[in-house]
Design a protein around this ligand. Structure first.
Ligand code: NAP
Ligand code: SF4
Length: 674
């Protein structure tokens, strides 16, 4: 008997039955653009083996003008069909099913050839699109239908028509982007003509026995977005036009409301999909911030949807579904919704991977064959680098001892988990604990390893992490100054008027911590989160934007951040999440003072020079977040050991820009070497 009866109920689509209610949602990985189709196939085959009921590929362009970028992957030619056949064969060989997402970017295309209903530049694009004429519209519809036919020819089990997130079809639907006065604009009947024409022509092109998912924007989160009546009208019309399944899209890419970041509560938008249940006869999928089988099961059991879409969780763990089916949910590597190795990579034009699972999209590169000889391995430090190195070495058959001076595992992850909006890190810590418990690793907690303890091990991994940098400000030894570690660990209580020295990732985390009252976490209170960001009920407010706008809870204390360099704060934060941190802190009234030269810390607060003028910022507490230095006291052991058997990783190797992503990736690669 499964713990997830709704999740594991087959879904009969008429010509095919899906074994469970899990859709692996579309993700742009950048793999297709490498041209290494074996690698693309390996990525999807691993997820098919892991039990996803149905998968959707990353967005594939129907034509060059619709591509998100020049050169982006598409379904435009006979060659494309040949390449994609390698993917579908691998997936079918692994017992899976896969649909191709057809994505026309419209005005979001990063190209001067972008086309759209009207010549209105998107706020997130440098290019003004060309407004299509009648013949141009017909070409786009025909190209999308032809791409769908190619998907079928390539062996896909279906297609997903991307009608949400502010892409081409969505641009026709709303007056915000559609200012046309012909039969493609004006009334809603006219504005939905193009998506419906696309749906009808795609169905005609692929025949009846083929899955066609229509991804429909259920809450646009932009001004002049769709009303709920329009959403329902479209859903019904799309069903009539031949869709097999409706998938949920949440928010346009240009929306200034986060929809998938870690600070967004889990299942934050399932209530929106639930509104559509009963309005259509075809299955409806819900999406966004669903990352455990428990949540997926609850969402289905509560009637919010017929199926759940999860995307990033399949980067973190390709075996998500299989582990849930085996009753091993605790061993599913959790997606912490950080975006650090997935979406941030996409925007930096780098191959996608996963902070928690560096093997994602590297399936053919980071293989882990059993070691030729089982060695003894000592790992010092149970932060993300040490934990990963120990577990990976154990999986390869080595005999591993893991030393940790603290009373608990996790290192810096423990501090991250205390930041409001970063509670997902707790799940990562729990997963590491479950993996350790299931492994052969000998864990020595609360044990500060000395040189003698480490003698005789074949391999020594030093993963002792970092220590806070002392910025050397006169007076910092006084009672007003505390390190971020003292504050976040609870060794120091927060002050009432606080200056934060440093505007890097930790400075921002500390400012978030200080500007929330205890127990007030955006990620743990959906109603408060919706209020904070001004998300309204789409049935009352067009596009789901509440007329009151964002209403964050006030900060319980006065917080001001400082940095020495002039200019914008948060320049080193993630591309897809930095704006969220900046908006949150601004809304909480956190001050940001750049270009400060620190002079001293004293009972009056922080004295600094700016623009040639000496100023005092009144504060009863100054939190030092001035970066870190390696904690590498054991590094000298390398000289006493056989060459090549001592390895420094993570912050102990280099503190500059170190984060869990780099630490974990280094550990995985190292463990393959011995
Ligand atoms: P960081 O990002 O390098 O920032 C260090 C800050 O300290 C900078 O703002 C720097 O600004 C200041 N600073 C450096 N040397 C100083 C000195 N001698 N005196 C005074 N101020 C000094 O490091 P971090 O904040 O410690 O974060 C560590 C790593 O964790 C980073 O890689 C970060 O990306 C990652 N992290 C990321 C997040 C996130 O993305 N949300 C959260 C936590 C941590 P000035 O030089 O301008 O003064
Ligand atoms: Fe999830 Fe972060 Fe991995 Fe992306 S990088 S899949 S958000 S854990």
């Amino acid at each position: 008997m499964t713990a997830y009866p709704h999740l594991f109920r087959p879904l009969d689509l008429g010509h095919v039955t899906l074994p469970n209610r899990v859709l692996m949602g579309s993700m742009h990985t950048g793999l297709e653009e490498t041209g290494d189709w074996d690698r693309v196939g390996a990525f999807y085959a691993a997820r098919a083996e892991g039990g996803a009921g149905l998968m959707v590929t990353g967005g594939l362009a129907p034509n060059p003008e619709g591509a998100v970028l020049p050169g982006a992957a598409g379904l435009m030619s006979a060659d494309d069909v040949i390449h994609h056949r390698k993917v579908t064969e691998r997936v079918h060989g692994a017992g899976g099913r896969i649909a191709a997402q057809i994505l026309h970017a419209g005005r979001y295309a990063y190209s001067k050839d972008a086309v759209a209903p009207s010549a209105l530049r998107a706020p997130i694009s440098p290019h003004r699109p060309l407004a299509l004429d009648e013949a141009g519209i017909e070409k786009q519809v025909a190209d999308i239908a032809a791409a769908a036919a190619r998907a079928r020819e390539a062996g896909y089990d279906g297609v997903e028509i991307m009608g949400s997130e502010g892409y081409f079809l969505n641009q026709f639907l709303v007056a915000h982007t559609n200012r046309r006065e012909d039969r493609w604009g004006g009334s809603y009947e006219n504005r939905m003509r193009l998506p419906l024409e696309v749906m009808r022509r795609v169905r005609w092109a692929v025949g009846p026995d083929f899955i066609v998912i229509f991804r429909l924007s259920m809450i646009d989160l932009v001004p002049d977005g769709s009303s709920w009546d329009e959403v329902v009208t479209l859903a019904k019309a799309v069903e009539t036009a031949g869709a097999s399944i409706l998938n949920t899209g949440i928010g346009w890419h240009e929306a200034r409301i986060p929809t998938i970041a870690t600070s967004v509560p889990r299942r934050a938008f399932a209530w929106v999909t639930k509104r559509l249940m009963g309005e259509v006869g075809i299955p409806v999928i819900t999406s966004n911030r669903i990352n455990t089988p428990e949540i997926a099961e609850d969402v289905l059991a509560e009637g919010c949807a017929d199926m759940v879409s999860m995307a990033r969780p399949f980067l973190a763990d390709p075996d998500f579904v299989a582990k849930a089916a085996r009753g091993e949910a605790a061993r599913i590597a959790p997606c912490i919704a950080c975006n650090q190795a997935c979406l941030d990579h996409t925007f930096a034009m780098k191959l996608t991977s996963c902070l928690v699972n560096p093997r994602a999209c590297h399936e053919t590169v980071l293989t882990a064959a059993p070691a030729a000889r089982s060695k003894t391995v000592a790992v010092v430090g149970a932060g993300p680098a040490g934990l990963t190195a120990a577990l990976e070495a154990d999986r390869r058959g080595h005999r591993v001892t893991l030393f940790e001076a603290a009373e608990e595992i996790g290192g810096q992850l423990q501090l991250a988990a205390r930041i409001p909006g970063k509670e997902e890190f707790r799940g990562l810590l729990e997963w590491y604990a479950a993996e350790l418990a299931a492994s052969g690793v000998t864990l020595k907690l609360g044990y500060r390893a000395a040189a003698a303890d480490l003698d005789g091990f074949d391999e020594l991994v030093i993963a002792t992490g970092v220590k806070p940098r002392d910025p050397g400000i006169p007076g910092a030894e006084g009672p007003q100054a505390v390190s971020y570690a003292e504050l976040l660990s609870g060794r120091a209580a927060p002050g009432t008027q606080v200056a934060v020295i440093g505007g890097g990732g930790i400075g921002f985390d500390v400012a978030e911590f200080l500007s929330h009252a205890p127990g007030d976490s955006p990620a743990e209170d959906l109603a408060a989160w919706l209020r904070e960001w001004g998300v309204g009920d789409p049935a009352e407010d067009r596009g789901g934007l509440s007329p009151e706008g964002p209403c964050p809870a006030p900060s319980p204390r006065k917080v001001t951040m400082f940095q020495r360099r002039p200019g914008k704060f948060g320049a080193t934060l993630g591309k897809t999440t930095g704006w969220i941190h900046r908006s949150t802190l601004r809304a909480k009234g956190v001050g940001m003072e750049a270009g400060a030269e620190y002079l001293s810390i004293g009972p009056d607060g922080l004295s600094y020079r700016k623009d040639g003028e000496i100023r005092t910022h009144a504060a009863d507490q100054i939190v030092l977040c001035a970066g870190q230095e390696p904690e590498n006291a054991l590094a000298g052991l390398a000289e006493t050991r056989p060459p090549g058997t001592t390895h420094l990783i993570g912050g102990a190797l280099s503190a500059e820009g170190i984060d869990a992503k780099r630490a974990i990736a280094q550990a995985v690669r190292l463990a393959l070497e011995f």
